[in-house]
Ligand binder design. Structure first.
Ligand SMILES: Cc1cc2nc3c(=O)[nH]c(=O)nc-3n(C[C@H](O)[C@H](O)[C@H](O)COP(=O)(O)O)c2cc1C
Ligand SMILES: [Fe+2]
Ligand SMILES: [Fe+2]
Length: 394
């Protein structure tokens, strides 16, 4: 495990004491992390009191402790702020409590209940806070902002008033381990990481995310310091991106998640892509070889989605069942759907996939089912579907 011991002051008396998990390969046993991730924790040192905002993933407690020690005695910490109860940010609380015997844990009511069910922590250590409550560190005020369901029911933000630093926990996060601390050092690509992350973690709660963004309008936010990824010291771009990802406007784009065993479905996807691409963006996504995190990101703003699948054992290919099920659960704003399918005998994929799509708020425009490899007439139907969906998403 890489121990860098790097500590950085990100605002006056606010220190990044987070850790980088270069080697993490998956999150939630669901999305691949080709670039690892970070667990950001922050120390806010006031004249009288010191608070730690969030902790780290299991296995990194010692690294966190060593980093805090560079700034102050962890034994003397007064407050442990738990914005979110998930283990990647809260599991380290037990270690911190074992060091800082007098520290209070500040969390929402739900946060307290969840933490007690997940970790071996003494109940009397908890102090429940609500949105609008403040914590006086002497010369600094921390305010708690209610932000439930981003992405668990207990989540909240912490806001350092004097400097306008927002600690939003997982919100505004991105999975990337990088020596760059700030988004402006990392470059524009950060928005792509943040979008994939938003798609996978926050999109299912889009109305909640929108509400939180509206609420933040009341605050002067100069710095956004999330619990994963880089810190935004000029947060306008990331705020604007989140406003657009939670807004009603979608891209003129059709995403085509597909899989093909012997090439028939792939041939239809090729024709579909060319048809759509002559009008609007077409993004083919071969699901067996691509990172599902990127699919989540593409779903954030695609107005149309066409699934491509062969029939396998009387239903969609299992990779497409998985992808379509996940896509549906992510609650994307997709307006129009389509299906292209190839079968050897009785088919069945279209029926099952249609049922899945019908459970979303989008409209299924049509399905092209083909026996074996597509012939001229089949490809004409594919072109018709492509033209229709391109027209609709425009
Ligand atoms: C493992 C396997 C299971 C299949 N199960 C079915 C099926 O239940 N019903 C059917 O009509 N065709 C079935 N097929 C035939 C394929 O759907 C057909 O070959 C199709 O054209 C393949 O499309 P692709 O070239 O895009 O992979 C199956 C094929 C394979 C390899
Ligand atoms: Fe989380
Ligand atoms: Fe997290």
């Amino acid at each position: 495990m890489a121990i860098t011991r790097e500590v950085r002051e990100i605002s006056s008396d606010v220190y990044w004491v987070g850790v980088r998990d270069w080697d993490r390969k998956f999150f939630d046993k669901l999305v691949p992390l080709p670039e690892g991730t970070t667990y950001n924790a922050y120390l806010v040192q006031g004249e009288d009191k010191t608070a730690l905002v969030d902790t780290v993933n299991p296995g990194f407690e010692k690294e966190l402790e060593e980093k805090i020690r560079q700034v102050t005695d962890p034994e003397g910490l007064d407050y442990l702020i738990m914005n979110h109860a998930e283990p990647d940010h809260a599991n380290g609380l037990s270690h911190m409590v074992s060091l800082a015997g007098d520290a209070e844990i500040l969390a929402t009511k739900k946060g307290k209940d969840m933490a007690l069910s997940l970790y071996d922590l003494p109940e009397e250590k908890f102090h429940v806070v609500e949105g609008g409550d403040t914590l006086d560190l002497g010369d600094k005020i921390l305010e708690f902002i209610e932000a439930p369901w981003l992405h668990w029911p207990e989540t909240m933000f912490t806001y350092y008033r004097e400097e306008g630093v927002l600690f939003p926990s997982d919100f505004f996060g991105a999975h990337v381990a990088t020596p760059k601390l700030y988004a402006d050092e990392f470059g524009e690509d950060v928005l792509k990481r943040a979008k994939d992350y938003f798609g996978e973690i926050m999109m299912p709660f889009r109305p909640r995310a929108k509400r939180a963004l509206d609420k933040l309008e009341e605050y002067e936010v100069n710095t956004i310091a999330p619990s994963h990824g880089v810190i935004y010291r000029n947060p306008e771009k990331i705020l604007e991106a989140h406003r657009s990802w939670t807004g009603a406007e979608l891209d003129e784009k059709v995403l085509i998640p597909y899989v093909s065993m012997w090439g028939s479905t792939a041939e239809m996807v090729h024709v579909l892509r060319e048809t759509i691409a002559s009008e609007v963006d077409a993004v083919p996504f071969e699901v067996s070889s691509q990172n599902l995190n990127n699919l989540a990101g593409e779903l954030v703003d695609s107005a149309g989605v066409v699934f491509g699948t062969p029939t396998v054992l009387a239903g969609p290919h299992p990779q497409i069942i998985y992808t379509a099920t996940l896509a549906k659960k992510l609650n994307p704003p997709t307006k129009y759907f389509g299906i292209v399918e190839s079968h050897g005998w009785a088919g069945g994929a279209v029926r099952e996939l249609s049922k899945l799509v019908e459970g979303t708020s989008g409209e299924l425009l049509g399905a092209v089912d083909v026996k074996g490899s597509p012939e001229e007439g089949d490809l004409e139907r594919v072109i018709e579907l492509g033209e229709e969906i391109a027209e609709k998403v425009k």
